[in-house]
Design a protein around this ligand. Structure first.
Ligand code: THU
Length: 133
């Protein structure tokens, strides 16, 4: 990933953030990721009057990934209204792990981190496969 690649992800995340539906928190979020086949996917948060049903931007991104043909996420970024990087919440780290694995690269305020640093000792599909053997 070059600096330009990361900037392209930030630009896409920012454009998706502008479509966020966040009337309750007033905290629009956009997420974007590079897929291993070279395409990019994105998502924004979608809130609900029943607050707990809120879909994070990452949920939309994963849905978009799968509905547009799938693939493995290799690099991910998430931004707020000012374009500042956000850390994915705990649930979304698990979602990202399912489709990006421990090596997924994530841009943060303190540089690029592997998902394994954000979600150590993760439970993933390989745990299930191992036990079903
Ligand atoms: N949010 C995301 O979209 N992704 C995250 O990883 C953190 C939180 C959204 C959910 C809610 O709509 C708003 O940010 C405030 O929590």
């Amino acid at each position: 990933m070059t600096k330009e690649d990361w900037e392209a992800l930030r630009t896409l995340a920012t454009s998706s953030m502008k479509n966020a539906y966040a009337p309750y928190s007033k905290f629009p979020v956009g997420a974007a990721a590079l897929v291993d086949n070279g395409r990019m996917v994105s998502g924004c948060n979608v809130e609900n009057a029943s607050y707990g049903l809120t879909l994070c931007a990452e949920c939309g991104l994963i849905s978009s990934l799968i509905s547009s043909g799938g693939g493995k996420l290799v690099a991910f970024t998430c931004v707020d209204i000012s374009g500042n990087y956000l850390m994915p919440c705990g649930r979304c780290r698990q979602l990202l792990h399912e489709h990006g694995g421990a090596e997924l690269q994530i841009m943060t305020d303190t540089g690029i981190k592997a998902l394994s640093e954000l979600l150590p000792w993760a439970f993933g599909p390989e745990e299930i496969e191992r036990r079903l053997d």
